[in-house]
Ligand binder design. Structure first.
Ligand code: URP
Ligand code: ZN
Ligand code: ZN
Length: 466
């Protein structure tokens, strides 16, 4: 067999196990896996001494998002270049309707943000923000190729908040269409009360950004997860909890899965490796995101959940704000633009803190960053695994070579990083997207706009507890 490209001699991670050998690529697809593939006429990429892993899917990003009175600073140009450096070959963003807009208009708006800019493949979760208007538009969006929807249990001031009626009704429709609802689970009314009680000049002076943690005890997330899990159980609608940050959340998901509720959970890498002690630092406000970073015991429970199956996916919730944007807070934590950069460091942090420090294995990392998200989001078997017939989306990483995180040399538009100064292995030496080299020798070489929208016909939880 003739190949256009052969990735030669790496430690290849496949769903069936690891082997040292070659990957043959024809056009955009993986055409063969083997010991010593024919390289005649092929472009050969030497992967000896490296791991060859499936391209990462970051299924939770917000690029160029109007939010908190500003617009998130990484767009499809910088965000997808950043992702590619960390081996990310697919992103899923959230298309959020404008004040009076339909679901379809939201998808059009996000399509325009990505077109001509995205280096890697992409699609969107469709956000339902006004259930009464949007509920009859869901079927049309499924026909258009969108199979994952999203509701927020907070963010009333943004006009995004869903109530129990919306959650319940949307989950009923998810059951009907075989699609899935993603939920940002935090308990808005109690949160409002705790914020109001603490929103005084004296307390803000005394505690600064620490108030973000003080006003969000773990039960804020746990109660909301419990409630929406109840609606999933009652309706049979598939549910995906985004950015789960608490030990209590992991316990609830485990118990629900054990009684057959169709629910899975994602955490973000920052909840695994950072904790809320950062808020007390000089730059504490930079780390503010919703939900906020929790305690080391929560991180430990989430790592355990990755091992035992109740945490299926690791993502980033990339929502980048620069120092200047974060300075909008002026000492009031309720005005901090909420979110952090993450695409460029997702795999390096997971690999270094997870695999190299023995918390998860390399195949487990590939399951949580690639295979599970692809399956759950309806992108398998095209994405997420090194297998014959799949897109040739690959990352080639050195097992131990580290790079120091330095925002001034990175692709993100962020001028800071939560991991500034960390020595991380797992940056991608070579990234291939649909057979094309887009990162070579750790530098982005692919062209903006080559990324494609990925239509989907399903979404599902089957097989995603690995
Ligand atoms: O703080 C965050 N997470 N910003 C992005 C919006 C969201 O809730 O995911
Ligand atoms: Zn959220
Ligand atoms: Zn988010």
């Amino acid at each position: 067999m003739r190949f256009d490209r052969v990735v030669k001699g790496g430690n290849v991670v496949t769903p069936g196990g690891e082997f040292t050998g070659d990957i043959g690529i024809v056009g955009e697809k993986i055409a063969a896996l083997g010991d010593d593939l024919d390289t005649a006429g092929a472009d050969v990429i030497d992967a000896a001494g490296h791991h060859v892993i499936p391209g990462v899917l970051d299924v939770h990003v917000h690029l160029e998002l109007p939010f908190c009175g500003t617009v998130s600073a990484d767009d499809y140009l910088s965000g997808t270049r950043a992702g590619a450096r960390g081996g990310v070959t697919t992103v899923i963003d959230f298309a959020i309707p404008s004040a009076e807009g339909s679901l379809s208009e939201a998808a059009d708006t996000w399509m325009k943000k990505a077109e001509g800019k995205s280096l890697i493949d992409y699609t969107f979760h469709i956000c339902i923000t006004r259930y009464n208007e949007h509920k009859d538009q869901i079927a049309g969006m499924v026909k258009r190729g969108f199979t994952t929807f999203k509701e927020f249990m907070i963010y009333e001031s943004e006009g995004w908040q869903s109530d129990d009626r919306a959650l319940f009704g949307t989950l009923e429709q998810m059951k009907q269409h075989g699609t899935m609802l993603l939920v940002h689970a935090e308990s808005s009314r109690v949160l409002d009360e705790l914020i109001a009680r603490h929103h005084t000049p004296e307390l803000m002076k005394q505690h600064g950004a620490v108030l973000h943690a003080i006003t969000r005890p773990n039960f804020i997330e746990a109660e909301a997860i419990q409630r929406v899990v109840q609606w999933s159980e009652a309706t049979g609608g598939q549910l995906y909890i985004v950015h789960m940050s608490t030990a209590e959340g992991a316990d609830i998901i485990r118990a629900a899965q054990n009684r057959g509720v169709p629910v899975v959970a994602e955490t973000c890498v920052q909840y695994l490796v950072l904790d809320d002690s950062v808020f007390a630092g000089k730059d504490g406000h930079l780390y503010a995101c919703c939900p906020q970073l929790k305690k080391p015991a929560d991180s430990a429970r989430l790592w355990r959940g990755l091992n035992t199956g109740e945490v299926s996916v690791i993502s980033t919730d990339t929502c980048t704000f620069t120092r200047e944007q974060k300075a909008m807070w002026e000492g009031d934590w309720t005005r901090i633009p909420m979110g952090m950069p993450g695409l460029e460091t997702l795999m390096p942090v997971t690999y270094t803190k997870g695999v190299l420090e023995g918390r998860i294995t390399l195949p487990q990392m590939c399951a949580k960053l690639s295979t599970n998200p692809a399956k759950i989001m309806g992108l398998a078997p095209r994405k997420g695994s090194i297998a014959i017939g799949a897109d040739a989306d690959l990352a080639i990483i050195h097992p131990t070579r580290t790079h120091r995180v330095d925002p001034s040399t990175m692709e993100t538009n962020a001028d800071w990083s939560p991991y500034d100064g960390w020595e991380l292995a797992g940056f991608s030496r070579t990234t291939l997207s649909r057979g094309e080299v887009i990162v070579n020798d750790y530098k982005v070489v692919g062209k903006a706009g080559r990324g494609q929208w990925l239509p989907r016909t399903s979404a599902g939880l089957a097989g995603a507890r690995a």
